[in-house]
Each structure stands twice: as structure tokens, then as C-alpha cells.
Write a protein that binds this ligand. Structure first.
Ligand SMILES: Nc1ncnc2c1ncn2[C@@H]1O[C@H](COP(=O)(O)OP(=O)(O)O)[C@@H](O)[C@H]1O
Ligand SMILES: [Mg+2]
Length: 410
């Protein structure tokens, strides 16, 4: 049995049910603000799932090498190893405001200190990932296939604030690495995020290690006092499991769903931002913009629900030239033309023709400016030149086809 916390209070208990399922029951007196998800309000009946975990509990489970590493380290004891076991291991240190402990346990966690500056300076060279893996794997309740860890740099938390004094010393940053299959992925993402920033989108602070091996990103769900905001990705909002993250279309699974859950005062502005992000993803040729790469944030379930800051932008066609979109637009995963995006924005209530056109233009300008940065970086770091060149080719085609730019960046 697992005790589920929202913030620092118990919300309910999660247990195994049947051969492969789980059931979650709220504590009998759970008030609406204890909800574990916008999609699962407190109720008397339990929330049952025949296979695995409900999407909100599955949301931050490690994938890729991190999952494999935890399995190897912890499976010995139990023989079998499933999502429920994995949740008990990484449950105290998660993205968002949910935490998981043993039924009798207090909610405490002390993520070891790790200087972000040391990561950025790359002093440990190729051994850095293994070193961090040894120390932080069990504190890394974070999804995604790329190798990554959650770490804590105390500079990010106000000294003397609750996060500094309390028994909860949580993670402050995400450190992303890359495998040889996707060379220079950190630098690729770095420049894609920079383009998003130039579009006027909210992007958490992101820093590239001197040798390009790691990208360090500030957690956008961390509050200055060391506590955490709510976060839910679009797998959760669509009641889908992680395995179905590539299933869905922008019209319904992203835009409509967003409008369903976003608060009234932010929905117009955030729909425009969401549209800009979708258009930018197309122009960047990001074929991995699936349901888990969009999300919403809130201080509490009864507070303002808004679009999450931007994360995980990558030009995937730099590695997979024929890659197409992860989600459909107009029923197709082909990269859309600017005309298609324009009519998508206009017909789905994002805004009038002028507003939608302005968003596409802004994305085009942002890409053009960032292309110059990519070019400059290629000159400084020859190891990046090959991937950089492919990125620029992809962006040129993307900006011309999907944003309506007249010329590319060749
Ligand atoms: N800056 C951030 N703050 C908080 N959570 C984040 C941030 N960036 C990403 N996440 C969460 O971490 C998950 C994995 O990060 P992501 O960059 O998408 O990795 P991957 O490239 O492996 O998919 C995301 O799906 C999201 O839930
Ligand atoms: Mg991702």
C-alpha cells in the first residue's frame, strides 16, 4: 500500500487490486483541494484501474535508462518489478505536487546537494552521468526516454525559507544527457528552447554544459519557498496511459482539452501561446511533440490552471530525416503548411486572421534570429557543426513550409 500526498497532506491510499490493477481511495474526509488530479475529484468510490496505474500516478515514472537502472538496483529483492514498485522507489521526489510514501511514513526527503555550476563546467567529463546516476536515480521521479536526473542545487531555494528549514529538501533542476544515437541532443534542445523564448513563450531557465554533454533546466514547478506547484501533462488530461502518448490530434487532444481545463481568465492568452508553440514545433521539425510534452500548471486544483512553460523541444529530423509529427493535425501527421496552420488557428478559436498570422510571423522571426546563433555556435564548437547544419536545413524547410517565410537560413 502507498500513501499518496498532495502537497504536505495525505490525499488517500493506493493499493494493488486484482492480478495487475490498482485502486486509489481518498481519505474519507478529503476536501476538493486534496484532489490528486483535475480529472479525479475526491469521491467516496475508489478510482480503479484494471492494468497498471491511473495516468496521474504513472505520469512521472522514469522511462529509458533511468527506469532500467532502477529495475536492476531494486528488482533483486522482489523478483518481479512493475510500475507500482517503481512508484514506491521514486515517490518522494517527483515533478509536481504529488508525493508517495509508505503508509506509516512521514513525508520527508533530502535530495543530496549538487552544484549546477559543477555540472556546467563539465569537470567530471564523460563520467558525470554515471556519477549523478549513482547519487540521484532514486530521487528522479521524472518521465521521458532521454537519460536525465533530478538534482538539488540549494542556490535555487531561499535560505531560511520553508524549503530550506523543513524536512522536505526536494529537487530543483532537471539534468538531461544524451546517447550516441542522438549526438549533440542537448545543444539541439538548447537552441530550440531559445527560439521558443524569442517567440515570447515562457521557458524556464536552461543552461548548456561547456562540453555540450548536459542541459540543466530549472524546475518550473518549484516555488521560491521550496514547495511545489501542481503539474499535469496531456496524457493525464486525456485519461491516457504513457504508452498512448503518440495517440491524438492537436484539435481535440491538445487545444480542446486545454480549453476544458484552463481557467477562464487565462484561456484566451494561453490558447494563443499554445498555438504559437504548436506552430513552432512544426517549424522546428520536432517529431516528438507528443501528449507528455505539453502540460498545465496550478498552485492548487482550485486555483488558476494555466499552460505550463515550454519544455522538450528538439529538431528530431536532424537524426531522422523522414520524421513526421507525433500528433495529427487535420487527421495527418505530415508537417502542415502555413495555410493549414492559419486555418487551424482561425477555426479552432485561437484568434482572428490577423492574430494568427502575427503568431506565425513571430515564430518565423524567432527562428531566423536563432538560426544565426546556431551558425555562430557551429563555428565555436566543431563537434556540433554536423548536427547544427542539419538543424538549419530542417528549420529552413520548416519556416518556409509551415510558417510561410519567403527564404530559409542557408
Ligand atoms: N522545467 C521543467 N520543470 C518541471 N518539469 C519538467 C520540466 N521540463 C520537463 N519536465 C517534466 O519532465 C518530463 C521529462 O522531461 P522532457 O524534457 O520531456 O524529457 P524527454 O526528452 O526525455 O522526454 C516532462 O514530460 C515533464 O513532465
Ligand atoms: Mg518529453
Amino acid at each position: 500500500m502507498i500513501k499518496v500526498w498532495t502537497g504536505v497532506a495525505e490525499a488517500g491510499r493506493l493499493g494493488r487490486q486484482g492480478p495487475r490493477g490498482t485502486a486509489f481511495a481518498y481519505t474519507p474526509d478529503a476536501q476538493p483541494e486534496r484532489a490528486v488530479s483535475l480529472t479525479m475529484p475526491p469521491r467516496l468510490a475508489s478510482w480503479d484501474v484494471p492494468f497498471g496505474l491511473a495516468p496521474i500516478f504513472e505520469m512521472n515514472l522514469p522511462e529509458g535508462v533511468l527506469r532500467e537502472r532502477l529495475r536492476l538496483a531494486f528488482a533483486k529483492a522482489t523478483g518481479a518489478f512493475d510500475d507500482f514498485d517503481l512508484l514506491s522507489i521514486v515517490g518522494r521526489s517527483q515533478i509536481g505536487r504529488l508525493r508517495y510514501t509508505g503508509v506509516e511514513d512521514k513525508l520527508d526527503v533530502a535530495v543530496p546537494f549538487q552544484s549546477v555550476d559543477e555540472i556546467l563546467a563539465s569537470r567530471r567529463d564523460g563520467g558525470l552521468f554515471r556519477y549523478l546516476m549513482d547519487r540521484f536515480a532514486a530521487f528522479s521521479g521524472v518521465s521521458g526516454v532521454q537519460p536525465k536526473l533530478l538534482v538539488r542545487d540549494e542556490g535555487a531555494v531561499a535560505l531560511g525559507g520553508p524549503g530550506d528549514r523543513s524536512s522536505i529538501r526536494g529537487a530543483t533542476h532537471i539534468v538531461k544527457f544524451w546517447e550516441p544515437e542522438y549526438p549533440e541532443l542537448a545543444t539541439n534542445e538548447y537552441f530550440c528552447l531559445r527560439a521558443a523564448q524569442r517567440c515570447g513563450l515562457e521557458v524556464p531557465r536552461f543552461q548548456l554544459a561547456a562540453d555540450g554533454r548536459a542541459l540543466v533546466i530549472d524546475r518550473f514547478d518549484l516555488r521560491p519557498d521550496g514547495s511545489y506547484r501542481g503539474f499535469e501533462d496531456f496524457c493525464v488530461l486525456n485519461a491516457r496511459s504513457t504508452a498512448d502518448k503518440y495517440r491524438g490530434g492537436y484539435e481535440t487532444s491538445i487545444l480542446r482539452r486545454f480549453r476544458e481545463f484552463a481557467s477562464g481568465d487565462v484561456v484566451a492568452g494561453d490558447s494563443e501561446r499554445l498555438f504559437t508553440l504548436i506552430a513552432l514545433n512544426c517549424a522546428l521539425r520536432n517529431g516528438d511533440a507528443h501528449l507528455k510534452n505539453f502540460g498545465v500548471v496550478y498552485d492548487d486544483v482550485d486555483q488558476v490552471v494555466s499552460l505550463a512553460p515550454v519544455y522538450d523541444l528538439v529538431t528530431t529530423t536532424a537524426y531522422i530525416p523522414a520524421d513526421t509529427m507525433a500528433l495529427t493535425l487535420g487527421g495527418s501527421t505530415r508537417w502542415p503548411t502555413a495555410k493549414r496552420l492559419q486555418s487551424f488557428g482561425e477555426t479552432r478559436g485561437v484568434g482572428g486572421p490577423a492574430m494568427v498570422r502575427a503568431a506565425l510571423e513571430r515564430a518565423g522571426d524567432a527562428l531566423a534570429e536563432t538560426a544565426a546563433d546556431v551558425r555562430a555556435h557551429m563555428g565555436q564548437r566543431p563537434a556540433f557543426a554536423d548536427v547544427g547544419e542539419r538543424m538549419l536545413q530542417a528549420w529552413s524547410r520548416g519556416a518556409i513550409d509551415s510558417l510561410g517565410l519567403k527564404t530559409g537560413f542557408g
